[in-house]
Design a protein around this ligand. Sequence first.
Ligand SMILES: NC(=O)c1ccc[n+]([C@@H]2O[C@H](COP(=O)([O-])OP(=O)(O)OC[C@H]3O[C@@H](n4cnc5c(N)ncnc54)[C@H](OP(=O)(O)O)[C@@H]3O)[C@@H](O)[C@H]2O)c1
Length: 299
Amino acid sequence: MAARSVFRSGLFNGRVAIVTGGATGIGKAITAELLQLGCRVVIASRKSERLEAAVDELSQLIISSSSASITAVCCNIRHEDQVRNMVASTLRQYGRIDYLVNNGGGQFSSPAANMSLKGWNAVIDTNLTGTFLCCREVYNEWMKDHGGTIVNIIADMWRGFPGMAHTGAARAAVENLTKSLAIEWASSGVRINSIAPGSIFSKTAMENYKDLGPMMFQMAVPCIPAKRLGFPEEISPAVCFLLSPAASFISGATLKVDAGQSLYDSVWEIPDHSAWPAPPEGENVCALREVMKELKPKL
Ligand SMILES: NC(=O)c1ccc[n+]([C@@H]2O[C@H](COP(=O)([O-])OP(=O)(O)OC[C@H]3O[C@@H](n4cnc5c(N)ncnc54)[C@H](OP(=O)(O)O)[C@@H]3O)[C@@H](O)[C@H]2O)c1
């Protein structure tokens, strides 16, 4: 069940949104809140059974007086033809696309040195190229002539993303893409922004990482100033805000929704080592050695 939206009911009446990955986790919370606010939502991802289950569940929450509706289209955002079909079928069905939320994506945990080219490409194709394809197609087919608003879900990659270097690289690229498109498409009345979530728990997000999932989320908690995980229902209001007229002067920006996690600690442990190149010898290195000689017995 979706949390009650803080936004006024009917805020998105008559509007049409595409939410990729809208059947699970963060995307499902975004879809639920958009529906609560009167939006007609098309959810799109690869697995039809997930899409159907979400349509069944969320359509039951729509009150009879609402203009909201939910439909699904199968789409792997990595494939240009499927993205074309997602946009064309939305336009056939609703005749407009006001909002695009690029939320669909995924990655796996691995040190960069062990990543195969296939694994690297899969993450880049989904999280970067898929987002680009969805933006381009929605723009060319609708927003270029009618305006609209796009929100890209990225990640906390501000200090790199050790353990998931592929997604760090892809999300940093989407942040930059957001800025480019904000300028290129401004004259069409298109606003485009990103949201960078911290560690956001959902069953599906955890299951993406198989046996490692529960531990990964648990290990993140001490690194979050809030000392708890975030939840999809804490991302969706930020998305609704950026889509809404309240954000009418915001474009090319990234909003971190992470309780300050990106400013704080990292789960990536660097073991003690002596592999680093030695510093240049000189008076300062000698001075430090003297200091350490005196300090060591006291430590
Ligand atoms: N949870 C977090 O801590 C966190 C933090 C930062 C960023 N994110 C990002 O936020 C987004 C939502 O993640 P989540 O946590 O809500 O996990 P999730 O429930 O696993 O959601 C990912 C969604 O993306 C869809 N998807 C994956 N590959 C796709 C593809 N090639 N084409 C179309 N749809 C695809 C999946 O549906 P199908 O399997 O049906 O395709 C699924 O609905 C993802 O991009 C994720 O990487 C999550």
